[in-house]
Design a protein around this ligand. Structure first.
Ligand code: ADP
Ligand code: ZN
Length: 436
């Protein structure tokens, strides 16, 4: 029978046992950090909490949070919990929201991370018979190395393509009959578009599944990618600080990502007050690593907004699921006093039949915020008359206004005029920040 889990015993462990395992690991992890990371010890001392005070999982609430600013402050070695000589690797964040952060790994940490990615590959149907094409960037970015390692562990033939050079991607994809594609969703959409340009139909490739993550993407985008590549598209989540992709991954149900709870303890908090919210509430995701050696992080605030659920999953996995992050708390734009997530605009565009090629520009003119949305016309719409295009712009603007409550200016632009992304797409330009 086909393998359904990479580590069945752990992935399907009864919840009560997972909790016991987490409790044991948490106590050990806190002692390790308290003893070896003076920066965090000082934070704990300031709150008057000692490792012995952590007796059960709920006691985690006594511990101080960490955020990206702590990691920047302690750059480069301040959070290291083992001698540098015990480390075998570093990786670094993409620097999407500022200075890069470095994470350190011992061999144990690399193995743990790769196992998480292997679980994700098996969850989408991957086996040693598969050909896994990894076109996440390799190097400091965690996407390439993480999925590469996971694919090795599963025993699949791994194509370490890295990002870019789309001609070569397509050549290898077809010649070597790749069956699983790993990249950012924006690059997957671009590969789909490029295959079509070269005259391939969705059923011409050998792909069956894709593992796409590292940036927010909507259900509408999933629908588009699945159609253009003729595959099932699965989400994967992670961040460098907690090791990389694979912290959570989607299963056959494509309905939320299972968090690898034997390695990460997840909480959702109110981002304003820091209060822990009950399961099912929307809030900021906070992670505590449970068995990392080099770069353990306790109550790390991800700034990603999501919802957790422990509802039973038909795949048989028992680990808690997180919803697709709806963007980072710092991705949220406040336009004329209204909270706007770029993903809300993406949903409207795709539902109105446009491709996911767009740019959002926000500015402030005469003390009033402006919202401009640039969207590509589809090739078949390009020959429309000027008045036809103006009417389409109005229709789209109205659809966006219905969702956001504020009026955008929509610009339909020529096909292929918006830059494609090979890694994480940059879709928002907030010019107000440039003026400050
Ligand atoms: P940076 O913070 O510089 O982008 P990383 O490369 O480590 O550094 O990216 C981690 C972040 O990427 C996460 O905190 C999250 O915001 C985003 N991310 C990763 N995977 C997903 C996903 N599947 N859906 C939405 N956002 C994601
Ligand atoms: Zn599941």
């Amino acid at each position: 029978m086909k393998q359904r889990y990479y580590q069945e015993e752990i992935e399907t462990m009864p919840v009560s046992e997972i909790k016991k395992l987490q409790e044991r690991k948490l106590q050990k992890q806190i002692r390790h950090v308290y003893e070896h990371v003076p920066y965090y010890r000082a934070l704990m001392d300031a709150k008057g909490v000692k490792p012995e005070d952590i007796k059960c999982l709920e006691d985690i609430r006594k511990l101080p949070f960490l955020s990206k600013s702590d990691l920047r402050e302690t750059y480069p070695y301040g959070m290291l919990a083992v001698p540098l000589a015990d480390c075998v690797r570093i990786q670094s964040t993409s620097g999407t929201t500022g200075k890069r952060v470095i994470a350190y790994y011992t061999q144990h940490d690399v193995d743990l991370w790769e196992e998480c990615c292997a679980r994700a590959i098996v969850a989408v149907g991957g086996t040693k018979e598969d050909v896994v094409q990894v076109c996440y960037g390799y190097g400091l970015f965690t996407g390439g190395p993480g999925l590469n390692g996971g694919s090795h562990k599963v025993g699949s033939l791994t194509l370490p393509m890295s990002s870019g050079n789309t001609d070569r991607q397509i050549q290898f994809m077809m010649d070597l009959k790749a069956t699983i594609l790993c990249c950012t969703p924006s690059y997957a959409a671009y590969i789909g578009e490029s295959l079509k340009d070269r005259g391939y139909k969705p059923e011409d490739n050998f792909l069956k599944a894709g593992i796409f993550g590292a940036e927010p993407w909507t259900e509408e985008m999933r629908r588009d990618i699945q159609a253009s590549l003729g595959i099932k598209a699965y989400d994967i989540y992670g961040l460098t600080e907690t090791s990389g992709p694979g912290v959570a991954f989607e299963c056959s149900e494509q309905h939320g990502m299972h968090i690898n709870e034997d390695h990460f303890y997840a909480e959702v908090i109110d981002p304003e007050t820091g209060e822990v919210l009950p399961e099912g509430s929307k809030g900021e995701l906070v992670f505590t690593s449970l068995d990392k050696e080099a770069f353990p992080l306790i109550r790390y605030r991800t700034r990603d907004i999501c919802v957790l659920t422990r509802e039973k999953c038909a795949c048989g996995r028992t680990h808690i699921r997180m919803s697709k992050p709806m963007g980072r708390s710092d991705d949220m734009l406040i336009i004329r006093g209204v909270n706007v997530f770029p993903s809300q605009i993406e949903t409207v565009l795709l539902n109105e039949g446009y491709a996911p090629n767009y740019r959002i520009e926000v500015d402030r003119v005469n003390n009033s915020d402006t919202l401009d949305v640039f969207v590509e016309l589809l090739p078949e719409q390009f020959s429309d008359t000027v008045s036809g295009v103006t009417a389409m712009e109005k229709k789209l603007a109205n659809a966006i206004k219905t969702i956001l409550g504020i009026n955008p200016t929509v610009h339909l632009v020529a096909p292929r005029s918006i830059e494609r992304s090979e890694g994480k797409a940059v879709r928002v330009i907030d010019k107000r920040k440039l003026h400050d």
